[in-house]
Design a protein around this ligand. Structure first.
Ligand SMILES: Nc1ncnc2c1ncn2[C@@H]1O[C@H](COP(=O)(O)OP(=O)(O)OP(=O)(O)O)[C@@H](O)[C@H]1O
Length: 397
């Protein structure tokens, strides 16, 4: 008898992503080998399949991770200096490492189980990282428990990383920033080819709705990418799967999962959306809403990419010999392309991308489309935009 349908679905999703990773790795390494004249298959698949599941190793020795400062075995601080992920020539045939970022919740536990099952068959070494945000009492113990569960699945290396969450951008954004910084550092430390994240189609639908409510254009409607981060290091195999499938897969495999109390805390916007907003929308519009929102994300991403490419090409044609933006030429462009050029110019001048909202760009745009002699526009990051002699000057004041 085959696996439970939910287990089959999560494994297939992970297998597809691992295949993509291997193809990309082989392409990169073959390119490098061509350049150096070396030969041979860079990453032979199936090398671990011969020996079965990788050993469920005990805690990593502190000596393996220079700079480790945390006392508990297997726990490391985010202060550990990053090592280069670049492979030395002699390491090229070592199995590539793929890590799962695991909170202990149903989505990422399902992901970890599928990675543990699929990776050895493809000659990939599967590991895991859990981040302790330190935001709840006992979070360190929970992180240790996640480490144990990941090891029980056969993942190796596995570690918990403690982070300090700041305040910038609000609690959710600050926790996310700290988490990704820790995951980046872990990927560098282990020379990981990729980190898998457990975002599901439901998370994607929520992200699209949050973008829609911000009113900031199709880029924010495009949600999360299946591949993102430096060198495409982050992968989201479950973006086409619903949350229920992940949960069912955990139940079918008797995997204990941890339900983050933040996920049901109405103090958090995403939690309200998950438990009140989306159910209300489904009630009003029908069951297919989540799927339709996820599809909107993909379509918006394609449109946003096309417009970004158009804006990149158009930008050179609207600058004069000194590099200043010419208002008449900007005026002739479609608004979506023009606003992209203006946004990029503001960021280049020093405006922080995260603080630059649609309303800022609209105001700058009015210097082009609604010119009546208005004064300089102040933008975040002490950047000032003003119109001077038919040119748009955007610089830090
Ligand atoms: N503390 C953490 N440590 C490691 N990875 C995390 C942590 N929190 C979140 N992640 C990663 O980010 C993904 C999305 O997390 P988020 O909390 O937004 O969603 P979720 O639906 O609650 O996921 P999960 O059920 O896996 O907790 C997770 O699936 C996991 O891959």
């Amino acid at each position: 008898m085959g696996p439970h349908p939910a287990v089959a679905a999560i494994r297939l999703a992970v297998r597809r992503v691992l295949h993509d990773i291997l193809i990309e790795l082989n392409r990169t390494t073959s390119g490098a080998d061509d350049a150096t004249g070396a030969t041979g298959t860079p990453f032979a698949t199936g090398t671990l399949a011969a020996t079965g599941t990788p050993s469920a190793a005990g805690p990593l020795a502190a000596a393996e991770v220079p700079g480790s400062v945390d006392q508990a075995p297997g726990r490391y601080s985010d202060q550990v200096p990053a090592q280069s992920a670049a492979r030395a020539p002699h390491e090229r045939t070592a199995p590539p490492v793929v890590l799962v970022a695991c909170s202990g919740g149903a989505d990422s536990m399902a992901l970890a189980s599928a990675l543990a099952f699929e990776a050895p068959k493809l000659g990939i070494r599967a590991g895991g990282v859990t981040v302790d945000h330190g935001l709840q009492p006992g979070s360190d113990l929970r992180a240790d428990e996640v480490v144990l569960r990941l090891r029980e699945l056969g993942l190796d290396p596995v570690e918990a990383v403690a982070v300090t969450v700041g305040r910038e951008g609000g609690p959710e954004a600050a926790a996310r920033d700290a988490r990704y910084a820790a995951l980046d550092a872990a990927a560098d430390r282990h020379g990981a080819a990729a980190i898998l994240l457990g975002h599901t189609r439901d998370d994607q639908a929520e992200t699209v709705l949050l973008g829609l409510a911000r009113g900031s254009g199709i880029r924010s409607l495009s949600g999360m990418a299946a591949v993102s981060g430096a060198d495409g290091r982050y992968r989201r195999p479950f973006l086409q799967l619903d949350r229920q499938t992940a949960r069912k897969a955990c139940m079918a495999q008797s995997l204990p999962v941890w339900d983050d109390p933040h996920n049901v805390d109405p103090a958090y916007t995403r939690s309200r959306l998950r438990h009140e907003g989306l159910p209300a929308l489904e009630k009003a519009l029908g069951k297919g809403v989540v799927e339709a929102l996820a599809r909107t994300a993909q379509l918006s991403r394609d449109d946003a990419d096309a417009l970004d490419a158009w804006a990149s090409q158009a930008e050179a044609s609207v600058r004069d010999a000194t590099g200043l933006l010419e208002c008449a030429k900007l005026y002739a462009l479609p608004p979506a392309v023009r606003r992209r050029i203006l946004r990029r110019a503001a960021i280049e001048a020093g405006a922080p991308a995260g603080s630059l909202f649609a309303r800022h760009i609209e105001e700058v745009d009015r210097l082009i489309t609604g010119w009546r002699g208005q004064g300089a526009i102040n933008l975040p990051g002490r950047v000032v935009a003003q119109r001077q002699g038919g040119r748009l000057v955007i610089r830090q004041g």
